[in-house]
Design a protein around this ligand. Structure first.
Ligand SMILES: [Zn+2]
Length: 474
């Protein structure tokens, strides 16, 4: 069985490098640093309900004081006198959660204007950190600019380019690549698709020596046991279909058998220490594309996706067009195949619930630029699908906040609302522990202490769309 999502043909990276830097200079006056004059200032969410996510609780009537980009105090509103210089944000009847992390994004490689649009889409949806799952030198440079504060945008991590066939067939090729990726400054090694046993072994041996973690797909020729305990993260629940549930056999359909298999692999996964990012919504969306592509292309949020970004070329995947006749899923999956895809999805849902029940840490990842997956907006779909699979709203919220910080090794700095943490925060007008959709009833987002109201986010988004649309591309 072939992985239904990720067949990608590469386009030339060098041709993109040429266009990036002139565009960057052109755009530097662009207002992505509009809120920079707040830096160093003091802000306070006053009388807010805090969902700290270090425990399942809502702390009522709190003041959260932020200075120099960090949370300096969380205390009952009556106990805390506001400093005079502090910008006051009304928290009454509102809920404060940590900024969200999308653990599986893809930034376009078609120039800075497009990258800034995607980053703005993330921010406007409460996402303050993203893990880019296919890196390039431009994205390392962008990550570093954000880190330095030259661009105000969600914090980035990035894997290197895919380690996959046919570019990487031998252990030697893999060794050289892992060493080169470490040198180039990537945060993770990404494996993708099938690999020979020798090449796959060489990934881990070299990555360990280089102090890097390996994330990605599971080579479906080798099976799930080859990956557990070695990959830090498996980036799709779908990988378990090909490397486990359907590994040298048909998809199980008997529900007792599915439950037995789920329970067995969940226990194994827990003991192995490997994390899972289910990316349920992208698979579900592929079923929708096969069923009714027009409905997806007519969603209101499609107005944020300039047509050029929907051809696949912008993310280096020429066979990833969104619109028919280029949409690969419409081509590949005639309506009579939909019941099979639904049966696969049912197994993935059972798996996600089983992994959660066993205690395997899960991450919310969305895989934008797979056709019809819109960056930022895709987070709402993913959190809804994890809830539908059987996680509680609190468990869902953890996958996008505290779990992600633990995975990234940044839990001293982020993922929860506690004194000393970086002030990446989202203000909501409804309780996220009652309904996961409330996570997207947003009043504003704070990014490293910079406060953006919902109106400001929408204005910035509209600007980013028009700059991207007007920008010149090769
Ligand atoms: Zn991906």
């Amino acid at each position: 069985m072939v992985n239904i999502k990720c067949h990608r043909e590469k386009i030339d990276v060098n041709s993109r490098l040429l266009i990036l830097f002139p565009v960057l200079l052109l755009l530097s006056p662009f207002s992505f640093s509009a809120a920079a004059d707040q830096s160093g200032a003091c802000s306070a969410f006053v009388d807010v309900s805090v969902v700290p996510v270090d425990r399942e609780q809502v702390l009522l009537h709190q003041t959260v004081l932020v200075r120099n980009g960090r949370i300096v105090e969380v205390a009952p509103v009556l106990d805390l006198k506001l400093p005079n210089d502090c910008h006051r944000i009304d928290g009454r009847h509102r809920y404060l959660i940590p900024g969200l992390v999308d653990s599986h994004i893809h930034l376009p490689l078609s120039g800075t204007a497009d990258q800034l649009l995607v980053l703005q889409l993330l921010l406007a949806n409460g996402i303050t950190t993203g893990i880019n799952m296919e890196g390039s030198p431009e994205i390392v440079a962008l990550r570093d600019q954000i880190e330095r504060g030259a661009i105000v945008a969600p914090k980035l991590y990035t894997t290197g380019p895919f380690i996959q066939q046919p570019a990487f067939m031998t252990a030697d090729q893999v060794r050289n690549e892992v060493i080169a990726e470490k040198k180039a400054g990537y945060d993770f090694i990404k494996v993708h698709g099938e690999l020979t046993q020798a090449a796959y072994d060489a990934v881990f041996e070299t990555a360990r020596a280089q102090g890097m973690r390996v994330v990605g797909h599971v080579p479906s020729n080798l099976g799930i046991n080859a990956a557990l305990g070695r990959q830090a993260l498996i980036v799709h629940a779908e990988e378990f279909l090909y490397s486990y549930f359907q590994f040298h056999r048909d998809l199980p359909t008997d529900s007792a058998e599915i439950e037995r298999m789920v329970s067995g692999i969940s226990k194994k996964a827990l003991l192995s220490g490997t994390w899972v990012s289910p990316t349920l919504s992208v698979f579900r969306q592929i079923i929708f594309q096969a069923a009714d592509i027009d409905a997806l292309l007519q969603r209101p949020e499609m107005r944020y996706m300039p047509r050029r970004l929907t051809t696949g070329a912008a993310v280096g995947a020429t066979d990833f067009g969104w619109y028919p006749p280029d949409n690969p899923y419409v081509k590949r999956w005639p309506p009579e195949k939909i019941p099979h895809l639904r049966a696969q999805y049912f197994v993935m849902q059972r798996l996600v619930k089983g992994l959660q029940q066993a205690g395997v840490p899960l991450l919310a990842g969305t895989d934008p630029f797979v056709p019809c997956v819109i960056p930022g907006f895709s987070m709402k779909d993913e959190l809804e699908q994890m809830y539908e699979a059987g996680l509680t709203p609190y468990q869902v919220l953890q996958t996008a906040t505290s779990n992600a910080a633990r995975f990234l090794g940044s839990d001293n700095d982020s993922g929860t609302i506690l004194r000393g943490k970086i002030a990446d925060l989202v203000l909501l007008n409804a309780n996220p522990l009652i309904d996961v959709d409330n996570i997207f009833r947003q009043e504003g987002v704070m990014l490293r202490g910079l406060w953006f109201t919902e109106d400001e986010l929408q204005t910035r988004l509209a600007t980013a769309v028009s700059v991207s649309t007007a920008s010149v591309h090769p």
